[in-house]
Design a protein around this ligand. Structure first.
Ligand code: G3P
Length: 291
């Protein structure tokens, strides 16, 4: 599994690069905004173009940069601009295109899909973003996208919010447990059974998907069934459990926030073990390392 760092913070990118495990970078307008705010708060003066060039230079792998337009025409123009301005730096620019640029629920807009099809045919690689269900991922693959980014953390948020389950941004969510709770309630007698019947109109899942992990699993299944070449980037990753699960299912790439990459290396028993091994180094053993 490749690891991309999900940040536009150049310090984080450079630090993660030093660890030798970073294969690419994904940015979006919100991550760029956060990075710009950090720079401003420090009084650092740098032009946006120079800053993005610096990001492209700092990693020898794909760097996703997002368009801001709504129509296919705008997005294609912006993608060409981004590609022209930044791909020359390190030949690694990938253009992020939202799967659907609608601003309200009743709109079904295929502008993103149209843009992807055209950009790929011009040799500009795309990463279809804001993917929130498997059928959007199917459409992205049909359009020939190089990458697709299912936002698993946001699906966990969506299901929990719909059910009124309080949660923090980084909290683990277990869809398998939710499924058991639902089944238990459905089959229960007495108050729980009655409550379930009253709630029968409530969907515990998002169109049959119980959490972000299941969501990515479904895309993996669809892509394998038809041998689509589009690479899956597990995105909106919030915790190490999600990293483990997407790795187990053989996802191509996970784009992971800097904070979560750091959590991957941690375990209290590793620390305990380190302390003990360090204490237990006997003089005879230490002598081996002396020049
Ligand atoms: O890769 C997409 C990502 O940046 C969105 O993450 O945590 O804002 O849902 P998040």
């Amino acid at each position: 599994m490749q690891i991309f760092v999900d940040t536009a913070d150049i310090e984080e990118i450079k630090e993660a690069k030093k660890w030798g495990i970073v294969d690419g970078v994904t940015t979006n307008p919100s991550l760029i905004k956060k990075a710009v705010e950090k720079l401003k708060s420090r009084g650092t003066e740098i032009s946006m173009e120079e800053y993005i060039k610096e990001i492209c230079k700092s990693v020898d792998g794909p760097v996703s940069l997002e368009v801001k337009g709504i129509t296919a025409e705008e997005m294609i123009r912006e993608a060409e601009t981004l590609h022209k301005k930044f791909n020359g730096v390190n030949n690694n620019v990938v253009i992020k295109i939202p799967v659907n640029t609608a601003m309200q629920e009743e709109d079904e807009i295929f502008e993103g899909i149209k843009a992807v099809k055209q950009l790929e045919s011009k040799g500009i690689p795309t990463n279809v973003t804001l993917v929130m269900n498997p059928t959007q991922a199917l459409l992205a693959a049909k359009a020939g996208a190089s990458y697709v980014s299912p936002f698993l953390g946001r699906i966990d948020d969506y299901i929990r919010d719909n059910l009124g389950i309080e949660h923090g941004k980084w909290d683990v969510f277990d869809g398998a447990l939710l499924r058991k709770v639902e089944e238990g309630m459905r089959n229960a007698d007495g108050d729980d059974g009655e409550r379930y019947k009253k709630m029968a109109s409530i969907s515990f899942s998002d169109d049959g998907i119980y959490d972000g992990i299941e969501f990515v699993e479904s895309i993996v299944k669809i892509y394998r069934a038809y041998n689509f070449k589009t690479k899956i980037i597990a995105a909106s990753v919030r915790n190490v459990l999600q990293v483990r699960k997407v790795a187990e299912m053989g996802v191509d790439i996970a784009t992971i926030p800097f904070k979560v990459i750091k959590e991957m290396i941690n375990h209290p028993k590793t620390i305990e073990g380190m302390k003990k091994f360090t204490q237990d180094v006997v003089e005879e053993y230490r002598a081996i390392f002396e020049e």
